[in-house]
Each structure stands twice: as structure tokens, then as C-alpha cells.
Design a protein around this ligand. Sequence first.
Ligand SMILES: [Zn+2]
Length: 267
Amino acid sequence: MFEHGFNIRELYPSIYQIEEYRKVNCTLIKGTEKAILWDMGYGVYNLKKQIEKMIDTPLIVIASHGHPDHTLGCFQFDTIYLSLDDKEIFKESNSAKTRKRIAGQIERRGVFTEEDSKKYIKQKLPEIKEITIGTQINLGNIHAEVIDLKGHTKGSIGLLLKEPKILLTGDAICNDLWLFLPESESIKTNIKSIENTFKLPFDYFIAAHKQELYPKAHIQDILDNLKNLSLENSRELRVLKNYDVYESRVSTPYGDSSILYVEDKLD
Ligand SMILES: [Zn+2]
């Protein structure tokens, strides 16, 4: 694995959004006694070394959900935590087949050599430990709690940071909400999940694919879009293979809120 200048932005004191590759971010929360790495990207570059440069405490690695762009970098770490509701998705994301497909894409973009791809495909998985809703993590000056954010996937979780009052949402609450996937829950479940989350005490949120600190109020914009979903208000997208995907796109003060879904999620 070669060295690489990660694109790092400190969104709030001690909270860093680290862009690894093509808008794929990991979040580092640096407490006085422990740190959390939230997601681990594709693992294209040496993320572990980058993190070690930034902290001098023990590190806990947690996946927001099981998708490849959040977990393929897991091989760089000894242990990672994941909701077991995403165990199957994680397995598929980390299968030799998926790794090969992703390595091929990275190679075509000129980032991997053939040799890098071969190594990448063969990487061994870390120990996977279960993380459950309600888990409290004490980082010293920052206290975190794992919350249920099922929707984008069944095992999607959020991380509520109590002192800076910031919520990490992964892909479960964001401007580009993908709910068309077979593993995505119904629109109803997504609304319930986000409504419950909205009641929690936080002022800002961080979504996985953006280097932004969004105000909590923006969640209401996304919720409104979700609640008003109808085929009449949506356009059919033909760009995504294998799915009949509709998009509902509305403009908000914090960028367009886009929700991609398939018709049967409306039930
Ligand atoms: Zn995802």
C-alpha cells in the first residue's frame, strides 16, 4: 500500500472527516483517552498509518453499516465493530468477488497496479465484533452512544456524540439517500427511524459522503421529502442498471435532497 495525501477536514475540534477516495470518507473522533474511527473506506491507501499519525490513544473501529465503501478497508485493522443486522451485507461487501470488482475499478483509474489489485483481493478480514444499540463509549472528554438508524440498510447505526452534540449518520440521513437497494427498509421504516433520531439531543450532523457539518434543522428537509414521496413527484432514472429507480429531488437551504427508491418501498 503506498502513501497518499488524504483530504482531511477538521469539521469540529477533535472531529476529522478524512476523504480516502472519490467522496468516500471516514470520521475520526479524537478523545483524550480513546478515539473512534467511524467507517474505514475502501482501504485503497494506508488509512491505519494515517490514523496512527493523528492519535496517541487506543482506537475503536466502528462501521456505520456493511456496504463496501464503508467496510472494505477493515483488513487494515485487527478488530472492527458492526451491527449484526448487516452481517450478510458485510460478508457480500467483503467477498472475493466484490473486492475483485472494486480493485478492477481502482486499477482502471490508474490508482492500483495489477500487483496492488492482487494483494488487495487477498487481504484477510479482521475479527468482527457485534455492536448493539445503546452501547455507550467513553472517550474521556467525549461520550458516544450507538443509536438505531435502520433504513438505508437494516443494520445502519448512528453515533451520538454527547458533548459536542453531533450525530454521525453514515448513509442513513444524507442529501443522497439511497433506498432502492434490496437491503433498504421501507419508506415508512425510514421515516420512523429518522423521526426518532430527530428527538435526540444534538445540534449538528455529519453524513458519510460529505465534508460538512449540517445543522439538525436540515433533517426536517430530508424528512419532508421522504413524507411527500409519490411517483407523481418523482422522475424515473434510467442510469442505474437492474433497478427501476425513481428520484424525488427537492431544493433545500443546504443543497438538494435526493431520495432514490423503488416503487415497492412505498408500501
Ligand atoms: Zn451505504
